[in-house]
Write a protein that binds this ligand. Structure first.
Ligand code: UTP
Length: 287
């Protein structure tokens, strides 16, 4: 089944990265030389998405500029025959009309951000990608999900440490089928004692239109925010619902440690950087 549209909620405040995120969106933080949001868009393109909906907020203009032509920069690079740089700058410009921006007027939560895109999604399932969950995988995580998707709702899941359970949406698992876990229930940020498992939802979703009907209620959940997890949970039983244990490594780039780990891992894997970085890194950690 094809998923044509992808939503990128980028309306959060990014408080954990202040002051870096005072005037710059968190999603524009680079891992090596590419902003987080570009990795997410590339993953959606690889999975076959053709329409890209960004749910933005205050101070997010840099994201719009990043996915648009920059005529001055492009002509300067062309003038100096900087072909590779020119290619890198042009690579992310999508066809005219393929990118839409809607504004989340206040950061009322992820569920609220996704709901803000409701008029643009139509009556088809849509992908949701959180750029701060960076997933290094071949094929990409969304592509893995799309190739197993047969309707209903699907989330990417992974086991997390007991101490982390209270910071995630946690799945109540049912039957398992080759990497797919039936989702019988979902709880946002449960205490360890109340958590039905240690299987956590990470930032990749395929959601069917019924979820938007649930989001219409705009009920506040954990942290006083409209949680996407709560609306998904209400669809259990109404539509097929699976979690995919994806293959790959996920970096929580919403946290400083996860972001630094991603930078080190991507740099070490880069043939132009890894050989120089690795010995230095060893020296730093005394290995
Ligand atoms: P986070 O929970 O990481 O929140 O959002 P945040 O505001 O971005 O960052 P901190 O916690 O203050 O440091 C996860 C994803 O959901 C989006 C964010 O932009 C991020 O991509 N989001 C969150 C919204 O679009 N709107 C919201 O109201 C909340």
């Amino acid at each position: 089944m094809r998923i044509k549209r992808a939503i990128f909620p980028v309306g959060g405040l990014g408080t954990r990265f202040l002051p870096a995120t005072k005037a710059m969106p968190k999603e524009m933080l680079p891992v090596v030389d590419k902003p987080l949001i570009q990795y997410a868009v590339e993953e959606a393109v690889e999975a076959g998405c053709e329409e890209f909906i960004f749910v933005t907020g205050r101070g997010k203009a840099a994201i719009e500029d990043h996915f648009d032509h920059s005529f001055e920069l492009e002509s300067a690079l062309a003038l100096h025959s900087r072909e590779r740089a020119l290619e890198a700058v042009r690579a992310m410009v999508r066809p005219p009309g393929a990118v839409a921006y809607v504004r989340q007027q206040s950061p009322a939560g992820l569920g609220h951000a996704v709901w803000c895109a409701r008029h643009l999604v139509g009556e088809e399932p849509v992908a949701v990608l959180l750029a701060d969950d960076l997933i290094r995988a071949t094929p990409g995580c969304l592509q893995q999900m799309v190739s197993r998707y047969e309707g209903g709702n699907m989330v990417a899941v992974m086991e997390v440490e007991a101490r982390e359970v209270s910071t995630y949406g946690i799945v109540s698992p049912g039957e398992e089928r080759g990497g797919l876990v039936e989702v019988r229930g979902l709880v946002e940020k449960p205490s360890l004692s109340a958590a039905p498992s240690r299987l956590a939802v990470v930032g990749r979703y395929i959601i069917e239109p019924g979820v938007f009907a649930e989001l219409d209620r705009q009920e506040r959940g954990a942290n006083g925010e409209v949680q996407l997890t709560d609306s998904l949970a209400r669809r259990v039983g109404a539509a097929p619902f699976w979690g995919l244990r994806f293959t790959g490594t996920r970096y929580d780039c919403g946290s400083k440690v996860g972001f630094l780990q991603a930078n080190v891992a991507y740099a070490l894997a880069d043939p132009a950087l890894g050989p120089e970085l690795a010995p230095w890194l060893k020296g730093q950690v005394g290995g």
